[in-house]
Design a protein around this ligand. Structure first.
Ligand code: ATP
Ligand code: MG
Length: 589
């Protein structure tokens, strides 16, 4: 419960700026607090609803939000914890421009590749610029100018700065905004061992950030994306409403984003069945569910064949009927186009002779990738490459030319975990951080090298590390709320204590007691909000709960006469009557 400076320029725990900034907002009457009882119609998930209801943010336009005083206090706290942990591992704070020249993006090859997520603009001289969605290009340009010798390495730069990504579907408030606050760090190294060491330090620093903020989180293996690089992990705040599916092993620490979770073949060769290959009519049955029901079999006894675009024409991908395609895995398969595109109905018909609902692997002459689980079936059902017809009793070795299988599906609960670590379970998370070994993708493309110990030019190797500072605020609420409002983890709460005097406009003793307690708590460094509004107690209580302040103290005439204050923790069901000493002990703990 220490008074922490919220200024971005100050890292001291106590400082004058902190006192001023905090004092300014200590009385509710001065806050222009504007809370809403109704759930705003445009907000789908609890954090977005509560951030609007508690007046933490206000919407300007799609994906653009103003941080209001209370919200900004929370954001500043997150920012400060992130800054302290970056400083602790020797990160050098800088601030790069948000507007970036197109030339750098041409050098890296991303001007065309980044697509419409990149907000592009022209200056008065018709030169191209973009609003930075990330800063690999700018930092690599800085590094190639600043860093000359291996003696300057390793080095980690970081910034806490506004990003803009023209997201296809901005939604959930600041959770997926177009403009948002990110901490992005970039490290430069002479060799892989040095990159490994900094990457590991970052992972530890990230864990420290989320632990200090009081959040339940998980580090998971992540997809390294199409920019190469060998290692990548995401940090997820756990919440049932999270956008990302994660898998966790029942034994040990293994966890991965579903996108990146491998699945394994059950056996080296497929079993051989003994049913006869039979053509069956399936009029109008296009989906696996319809076909399975029509034939009285389980979806898991059918295979589905998807036709995707490839560099040299369409390619088939075969999955067990109840499994889902993993697009990231699919677009990494030989010949498959990235980003993944389903073939048009016309080209499906051209190469298979049927529409998409009746396609199968028997006598299909295009390249096929068969998933391990589909390859483990015998006597299965598939499309007959003839509209409204399917085949039953199909077996790989007897009826097709397929001799191998690949991993191209999403894992499901109960799948074996890698390394014999039991079974996988599925949970949901919100991605709040991402650390990434980039290798030399940018440094090579942009010519960022230093002289090594032998005086030879050596291209640097690089890591990049992001934290969604503003997303953390929403993620924390998503994880910690109840039907009455936000339940902040202590370190993120805008104030630790709210004092609620009852009838203080009419009872001088109540006003005096509240004022004196407010002064004393503040002097002790406890962040305290004094609800001095002339409002009904019920609405003050409701606001205190909506705002999620961890400790509430009610000061009433009746309590003062009896010599106690009514104390209630935000998470508690009941209030307790405490003497002044007991209260101070509790709040200073
Ligand atoms: P996502 O998969 O959620 O789109 P990303 O993987 O594209 O995110 P990164 O490039 O890894 O994002 O950016 C680093 C961090 O910035 C993410 O871990 C996330 O916390 C945050 N972030 C990314 N996009 C947004 C957004 N639109 N709004 C708020 N925070 C974001
Ligand atoms: Mg990411």
């Amino acid at each position: 419960m220490r008074l922490a400076c919220t200024s971005i320029w100050c890292d001291r725990v106590h400082c004058a700026a902190a006192a001023v900034a905090i004092a300014k907002y200590m009385r509710t009457s001065q806050l222009h607090l504007s809370t809403l009882k109704e759930v705003p119609a445009e907000a789908e998930i609890p954090s977005h609803q509560l951030m609007l209801r508690a007046g933490l943010i206000r919407r300007l336009s799609s994906g653009l939000f103003t941080w209001m005083p209370v919200g900004l206090r929370v954001l500043a706290k997150v920012e400060q914890v992130v800054r302290e942990e970056m400083d602790r591992i020797g990160g050098l704070e800088i601030l790069m421009p948000t507007v970036q020249p197109a030339e750098l993006w041409h050098e890296s090859g991303r001007w065309d590749k980044y697509g419409s997520l990149l907000l592009r603009m022209k200056d008065r001289h018709e030169r191209d610029f973009c609003f930075g969605p990330t800063h690999e290009e700018v930092i690599t340009d800085l590094a190639r100018r600043e860093l000359r010798s291996y003696r300057q390495l390793p080095v980690t730069y970081y910034q806490i700065q506004t990003k803009f990504r023209d997201e296809i579907r901005p939604r959930f408030g600041v959770m997926r905004a177009r403009e948002f606050l990110m901490k992005d760090a970039y490290s430069f190294h002479l060799d892989q061992a040095s990159l490994d060491a900094t990457y590991q330090q970052m992972a530890t620093a990230y864990a420290a950030v989320f632990t200090r903020l009081g959040l339940k989180f998980r580090a998971v293996d992540a997809d390294s994306g199409d920019i190469g690089g060998s290692r990548s992990q995401e940090f997820h705040v756990l919440a049932d409403t999270g956008e990302d599916a994660l898998v966790v092993a029942s034994d040990g620490d293994y966890a991965a984003n579903l996108e990146a979770a491998p699945t394994f073949p059950a056996a080296a060769a497929p079993p051989s069945g003994n049913a006869a290959l039979t053509r069956v009519a399936t009029p109008g049955k296009k989906t696996i569910a319809d076909v399975a029901e029509h034939l009285g079999v389980a979806a898991a006894d059918c295979v589905k064949t998807l036709i995707v675009d490839g560099a040299d024409g369409p390619i088939g991908i075969v999955l067990r009927g109840d499994h889902a395609l993993n697009e990231i895995k699919a677009q990494q398969l030989p010949g498959v186009a990235a980003p993944l595109r389903m073939a048009s109905d016309a080209s499906v018909r051209r190469v298979t002779g049927a529409g998409p609902g009746s396609v199968g692997p028997v006598e299909l002459s295009i390249p096929l990738h068969v998933d391990h689980a589909a390859y483990a079936l015998a006597d299965f059902v598939c499309g007959a490459n003839d509209d409204d017809w399917h085949l039953t009793g199909v077996n790989w070795a007897r009826d097709t030319a397929v001799t191998a299988s690949v991993d191209v599906r999403n894992a499901v609960a109960g799948d074996p975990a890698p390394g014999g670590a039991g079974e996988l379970a599925l949970i949901r998370g919100i991605e709040v951080g991402h650390i990434f070994q980039l290798g030399d993708v940018y440094t090579r493309a942009m010519g960022a090298s230093v002289q090594d110990a032998d005086g030879k030019d050596s291209v640097m190797t690089m890591g990049c590390y992001g934290i969604g500072v503003s997303r953390i605020v929403a993620a924390a609420i998503e994880q910690c709320h109840d039907e009455r409002g936000i339940v902040w983890p202590g370190p993120m709460a805008p104030w630790q204590v709210v004092l609620v005097p009852i009838n203080q406009q009419r009872v001088a003793a109540v006003a005096d007691a509240a004022e004196s307690m407010y002064q004393e708590l503040t002097a002790r460094g406890v962040e305290t909000l004094l609800d001095d509004r002339d409002a009904r107690p019920g609405s003050k209580f409701a606001d205190a709960e909506l705002l999620g302040i961890p400790h509430r103290v009610v000061i009433s005439e009746r309590g003062l006469t009896a010599g106690h204050f009514e104390y209630r923790a935000r998470v508690a069901e009941e209030s307790e009557d405490l003497t002044r000493d007991e209260l101070f002990n509790r709040l200073s703990a």
